[in-house]
Design a protein. Structure first.
Ligand SMILES: [Zn+2]
Length: 270
C-alpha cells in the first residue's frame, strides 16, 4: 500500500487501484483526529467507549479531508455475517454521524452508482476492496474470522458477476491491514470453521501448543478470491498487521479490546 497525508490525516491506499480516476478509496489510520487515549486519535467507531462528540468531530475532519458528504456515505451496523447489500441509491435515512447507521446486519456493500461512498469499519478484521474497472462496479467488505470462514469476499465477487455483469478476470482486489498470523492465535473451534484442514493450506498453521493455530486472514481471503476465479496478479495484500502496527491502526486484540475503529471508504466519483 501507499501512504499519503491530507489535512494532517494519514491514509493508506492500494497501489493496484490507483490507475482509475473514477474510483476513490482510502484506508484511514489513527492519525489526525481528536480522540484521547485509548482511542487516539481518528476513531471512527461509535460504540467503542469514546465520546460521541469526539467521533462526530473525527467524521467531520474525514469529510473535509476527503471532500465527501457524510450524508451520502453507506454503512451498516456490522454483525460478522456474510450478507451484502447492493446499493442503488443514496441512503434514505442519512447518517451524518455514521454510528447511527442507515442499515443493519450487512458486512459488505456493492455499488455501480457514482456519488455513494461505501464504508466498513475494522480493528483487526480485514477490510477488502473489489473493483471491476470495465463495469465500474466496486465492493467493500468487512471480513473478520467469521466473515472469512463464511467466504464473504468471494460472495461479493459472485454478486458482482451475477448481478452487475462483472468479468471475474477483471476484478481487482485490495486486502487491507488486519491482525496478522504473527499475532493471531486461534483454537480448534475457530480452525474447524475453515474448510481445509490445518497444515494443508497457507493460512492456518499449527503452533507448538496442542490445538493452537495461527490464522492468516489476509491470505485466507486471497485464496478464496483466487478460488472464485480472480487473477492472482490483480490481488494486492497489504501484509500490514494491525497489532504490530498499533501506532498506525486500531487493533482490538493488540489493545485488549479498548480501542477505536478505522475504516475502508471507497466510491465512484460523480
Ligand atoms: Zn503482528
Amino acid at each position: 500500500m501507499d501512504f499519503m497525508v491530507k489535512n494532517d490525516l494519514e491514509f493508506a491506499q492500494f497501489k493496484n487501484m490507483s490507475g482509475f480516476p473514477e474510483l476513490f478509496h482510502v484506508v484511514t489510520t489513527r492519525t489526525g483526529g481528536v480522540s484521547p487515549q485509548p482511542f487516539s486519535s481518528l476513531n471512527l467507531g461509535g460504540n467503542t467507549g469514546d465520546s460521541e462528540a469526539h467521533v462526530r468531530k473525527n467524521y467531520q475532519l474525514l469529510s473535509r479531508a476527503l471532500d465527501i458528504d457524510l450524508q451520502t456515505v453507506v454503512s451498516s451496523h456490522q454483525v460478522h455475517g456474510t450478507d451484502l447489500a447492493i446499493i442503488t441509491e443514496a441512503p434514505l435515512r442519512s447518517c451524518p454521524f455514521p454510528a447511527a447507521h442507515a442499515l443493519d446486519g450487512y458486512d459488505g456493500f456493492i455499488t455501480a452508482v457514482p456519488g455513494i461512498p461505501l464504508m466498513v469499519r475494522v480493528a483487526d478484521c480485514v477490510p477488502v476492496l473489489l473493483y471491476e474497472p470495465d463495469r465500474k462496479v466496486l465492493a467493500v467488505v468487512h471480513a473478520g474470522w467469521k466473515g472469512t470462514a463464511g467466504g464473504i469476499a468471494s460472495r461479493a465477487a459472485v454478486l458482482m458477476m451475477e448481478h452487475c455483469q462483472c468479468d471475474v478476470k477483471k476484478i481487482r482486489a485490495g486486502i487491507g491491514p488486519s491482525i496478522g498470523p504473527c499475532c493471531y492465535e486461534v483454537r480448534q473451534d475457530v480452525a474447524d470453521r475453515f474448510s481445509n484442514a490445518a497444515g494443508k493450506n497457507r493460512f492456518l498453521m499449527p503452533e507448538a501448543a496442542e490445538n493452537v493455530f495461527s490464522l492468516d486472514l489476509q491470505e485466507a481471503n486471497r485464496q478464496q478470491l483466487i478460488e472464485s476465479g480472480l487473477e492472482p496478479g490483480l490481488i494486492e495484500l497489504s501484509w500490514l498487521c494491525t497489532a504490530c502496527n498499533s501506532n498506525l491502526f486500531f487493533s482490538h486484540r493488540g489493545e485488549k479490546g479498548k480501542t477505536g475503529r478505522f475504516a475502508l471508504i471507497a466510491g465512484l466519483r460523480c
